[in-house]
Every structure is written in structure tokens, then in C-alpha cells.
Design a protein around this ligand. Structure first.
Ligand code: ZN
Length: 321
């Protein structure tokens, strides 16, 4: 049985529900025509928070879509517009990126836009459908990148958004800057019977997770796994197997999930990275995932790659032996 195809990994941002029209969006004229088409809809990110619609009991949360007339009535000035893509029936979807840094009128319209919510909270709570979450997260990742790419890293001049928000171009030296995506490895380290979990300084009390870290220049995925595990715990890792990936656009990370075979088990922790680490059995992991650990230790929730890796370990999927 294949391993991860059998597991339900929540997806944040990976579903290609829209055609991003990578060729057409290079044309400003085409984008302008799409913006004014009658079937075009806009979402609004206000300081990176998404305007949503939700019944009073908050039983579900959906993206709140606006027409061009709605947008014009809001009188937001200086906002940037990001092209998200085309629906299966050809309708265009855009995001209005309203930030206090570049947009006036935001304070006066904030009341009209409510509820506006933090997408990361929605993702961790599982309170939004995967399709809406993927689209909101895609928009948020582009908008968050834009906030940090307003000036050219080479000459310091202002940059302008191009290609519907998928490229920034320096007005002075012409440097192209593309949306950032930071790959990070997240790995379930196992000696066969047990797996390794760690407690970082920033974690809530008694909360543990699997180890993770960003790729550095010169790393391949396997080396990044072995290096991070060695740096944080002094455990030597042999075989590394890629399992699955998950965009985590808070701000712009790609989580690369791996299984890692431990060649040693003695722990010597880097105190700057980890306050604690433990080897735990499948039964212990199951108890922690299900909230019945006798010491009250907890693990990440079901929307995360860490949860999926730990659940796979408990279920003893092929590859974890
Ligand atoms: Zn420049």
C-alpha cells in the first residue's frame, strides 16, 4: 500500500482550483478587461486579514466575494489588485490588497468589511473549506510578499507590481523580483519502535512536535533533514524518504514532509532550538494525539503536516518500519 496517498493531508494553497493564466496575465490590457467583466469577483485582504461571510453561529466560514461596484463604493484608494485566476467557467477572481501602508480609506471601511479574520487561525481551526482556504492563502502569500518587496533589493528604488501581482519590477534598474517561497523540511525521525518529538522554547507548555527546519543554500532535502536533526539533537540520520509536501503560506513556506531513519538515539540538545526532546512509542503518540496523555502532553492539530506524519507513524504505514 502506498503511504501518503492513503492519508488525508489537509491542503493549504496547493489546490489548483483556478487557472492562473500565466501567459495572459502579463498583459495589462487583458487584466484591465478582466477586472471590468460582469462575472468578475474580488476578495479583500485588509492588512492581510480576509473579509469573510459566516452565519451567526460561525458553523462555517466562506470567502466574501465583492463585485466591482461593491469595491468602488468602498472608496479604497491606493490599494493594489492581485489577479488570482480564472474559474472553470472563465470568471475572473482578484484580490484587493488593502494595507495601512499604502491604502487610504481602510479605517473607515473596516466596519463594513467585518468579519475580517486571520487565515492562519482558520487553517489551524479547520473552519473553512479547503478550496476557499487554498485561495485565501494563495492571495495572502502574494500580499504578504508584496509588503516586503516594495523597494528594490539591489538599488533601493521603488518597485511596481506586474503580471497581476506575480512579479515586481524595479522602476530604476529593472530588476525583477518574484514572490518568495521558503522550503522547510519537517521530519518524523524514528528508530523503528519510537519516534522523536521536541519542545521548542516558543511552544505552549507541554506541547511537542516533530523536528523541522529551513533549507539552507547548498542543501538538498536529504542533507537538510540530516543536518537539522544533528544540529538540534545530535542524532545521526541515515535513510531519508520524501513523503508529501504542504504549502504553508504564513508567511511563505513550503513544508516538505519526510521520514528519517535514526542511526543513533542518544540526545544532546541545542538549547537555542529545543527545550526538550523525547523518544516516544506509537501508543504514547496515539494518546497525545487523542488528548489522553497522562502527563497532559499535546501534539499539533489535524491541519498540520506534523499531525499527518505522527498519525502515519501511529498507524504503522509502510515506510515507518
Ligand atoms: Zn533597482
Amino acid at each position: 500500500m502506498s503511504l501518503f496517498s492513503e492519508l488525508k493531508l489537509p491542503v493549504v494553497g496547493a489546490q489548483l482550483s483556478l487557472n492562473r493564466a500565466a501567459v495572459e496575465r502579463k498583459s495589462a490590457a487583458w487584466l484591465a478587461q478582466r477586472m471590468t467583466a460582469p462575472d468578475t469577483q474580488f476578495m479583500i485582504l485588509a492588512d492581510l486579514k480576509l473579509a469573510v461571510s459566516s452565519p451567526p453561529d460561525r458553523s462555517c466560514t466562506d470567502i466574501r466575494w465583492f463585485t466591482l461596484e461593491d469595491i468602488e463604493r468602498l472608496k479604497l484608494v491606493g490599494c493594489e489588485t492581485i489577479f488570482l485566476g480564472l474559474t472553470a467557467t472563465g470568471g475572473s477572481r482578484f484580490c484587493i490588497h488593502a494595507s495601512a501602508m499604502g491604502c487610504s480609506g481602510l479605517n473607515s471601511t473596516a466596519e463594513v468589511l467585518r468579519p475580517i479574520v486571520d487565515l492562519r487561525s482558520l487553517a489551524t481551526q479547520g473552519a473553512m473549506s479547503n478550496d476557499d482556504l487554498a485561495l485565501g492563502a494563495q492571495a495572502r502569500a502574494l500580499a504578504a510578499w508584496r509588503l516586503n518587496a516594495r523597494c528594490c533589493g539591489r538599488c533601493g528604488a521603488n518597485t511596481a507590481l506586474k503580471d497581476g501581482g506575480w512579479r515586481a519590477e524595479c522602476a530604476a534598474c529593472g530588476l525583477d523580483v518574484y514572490p518568495r517561497c521558503d522550503p522547510a523540511v519537517i521530519m518524523l525521525v524514528t528508530d523503528g519502535e519510537r519516534c522523536l518529538i521536541g519542545h521548542e522554547r516558543r511552544f505552549p507548555d507541554k506541547f511537542y512536535s516533530v523536528l523541522a527546519g529551513f533549507l539552507e543554500p547548498g542543501d538538498d532535502i536529504e542533507n537538510a533533514v540530516r543536518r537539522e536533526v544533528m544540529e538540534e539533537t545530535s542524532v545521526r540520520v541515515g535513510r531519508v524518504t520524501y513523503l508529501a509536501s504542504q504549502p504553508w503560506p504564513f508567511a511563505h513556506t513550503l513544508m516538505i514532509g519526510c521520514w528519517a531513519e535514526a542511526l543513533s538515539t542518544e540526545l544532546r540538545l541545542d538549547p537555542a532550538e529545543l527545550e526538550g526532546a523525547r523518544w516516544v512509542t506509537r501508543d504514547q503518540v496515539a494518546a497525545m494525539l487523542e488528548g489522553r496523555d497522562p502527563d497532559g502532553h499535546t501534539l499539533p492539530g489535524p491541519q498540520s503536516m506534523a499531525h499527518t506524519l505522527l498519525r502515519a507513524f501511529v498507524q504503522d504505514f509502510e515506510g515507518f518500519n
